[in-house]
Design a protein around this ligand. Structure first.
Ligand code: BDR
Ligand code: CA
Length: 349
């Protein structure tokens, strides 16, 4: 059984990750997939403000039939920089064209780091930390509990770009760009630990291979017993009827992904969407088979030109011991198939 603590900034692809995790829980219960338990979800800002991301996270979990999963807010801003958001990527409210119920009273009064440490100490060696947001909360948790790498069953991070281009600056990926100080601190904290304890890092050169298309979305809807939505770049941007699949989870997926298709099209990658966090979620639960390579990762946190750039030393030039396992290979078709299967289960079919 894999217990997962997810740290998110929901976020369109974070929402896909939540659908994946809850779907995987249901599939695990029927023996169709590895046994998964979503223990709690913590939030920081990034795609939208921390508060907005928390409301989105809780709203998605409520629609998924998991109003019982604790949603706790952590850092409101990066360690030493102002909070940044990216409405052009994820929409003003973070979920593209989708709307979910927002219930402020749903948000836990406990700080995110308290939730993590309590969970990790109560279940030593059982809980995988899945980080799909800027790494501020993980850096703060490591400061509070330096034994965190031993208490966790593993750490999976979506972040970085080991091979350019970045998606935020020419060299930097969004999560590491938002809080480069946190990312630098996190990698330093793992240096020299046994390889199986090193965080698995899903950086852009692998997550951008998870290139989702309207055809894949319609196929997912069909597998869940819903009619296709047929999103296409010919539709007027940000207008027109939204999805009406008969299922609120599938509607949210379709409307959120439509915005992501439009964003990627506007930024020249075509009418597709890169589901970074979905892939990281599958890597965390063991659903995605990945190949990794131990390396030393460092992050540029001083210069503005290279802010958030992840540099890796595969040749031992720095003379430092490994602090991360970077993902070197993945299987996008398998990721899409597992997502469709999980979405069908999450939608309650
Ligand atoms: C990462 O940045 C965010 O916008 C996405 O949710 C993902 O976690 C990709 O660079
Ligand atoms: Ca994210």
């Amino acid at each position: 059984r894999v217990r997962v603590l997810a740290d998110v900034d929901t976020g369109i692809d974070d929402a896909c990750a939540l659908v994946q995790l809850v779907g995987a829980e249901r599939l695990g219960a029927t023996g169709e997939a590895p046994d998964v338990e979503l223990a709690a979800v913590t939030v920081t800002g990034g795609n939208a403000s921390a508060r907005q991301c928390a409301l989105n996270t809780a709203g998605v979990l409520d629609l998924l039939g998991r109003p019982d999963v604790e949603v706790a807010v952590g850092a409101q801003a990066p360690l030493r920089r102002p909070a940044e958001t990216t409405p052009e990527t994820h929409g003003e409210q973070g979920l593209g064209h989708a709307r979910v119920p927002w219930r402020p009273e749903r948000i836990s009064p406990r700080p995110a780091v308290d939730v993590w440490l309590e969970e990790l100490r109560a279940h030593p060696g059982e809980t995988v930390l899945l980080c799909t947001a800027p790494l501020t909360n993980l850096a703060l948790a490591l400061r509070a509990e330096p034994r965190l790498p031993e208490l966790a069953a593993g750490v999976v991070i979506m972040g970085g770009a080991f091979y350019y281009p970045g998606n935020t600056t020419p060299t930097a990926e969004w999560n590491t760009w938002c809080d480069p100080d946190a990312a630098k601190e996190v990698f330093a904290a793992f240096e020299g630990l046994p390889e199986e304890r090193l965080p698995i890092v899903c950086a852009l050169e692998t997550t951008e291979r998870i290139e989702y298309t309207p055809v894949l979305l319609d196929s997912l809807l069909a597998q869940a017993g819903a009619a296709p939505v047929g999103w296409s770049r010919e539709q007027p941007r940000h207008e027109g009827p939204l999805a009406d699949t008969g299922d609120p989870v599938l509607d949210v997926l379709a409307d959120a992904l439509r915005f992501y298709f439009e964003f990627h099209d506007d930024y020249d990658q075509g009418y597709v969407a890169h589901l970074h966090d979905l892939f990281a979620a599958q890597a965390a639960t063991g659903q995605a088979v990945v190949t990794t390579s131990a390396t030393v990762v460092d992050v540029e946190a001083e210069s503005e030109l290279l802010r958030g750039t992840t540099v890796h030393d595969d040749r031992g030039i720095w003379g430092r011991r490994p602090n991360a396992r970077r993902v070197t290979g993945n299987d996008p078709d398998a990721v899409f198939a597992a997502f469709a299967q999980a979405a069908r289960a999450a939608a309650g079919d």
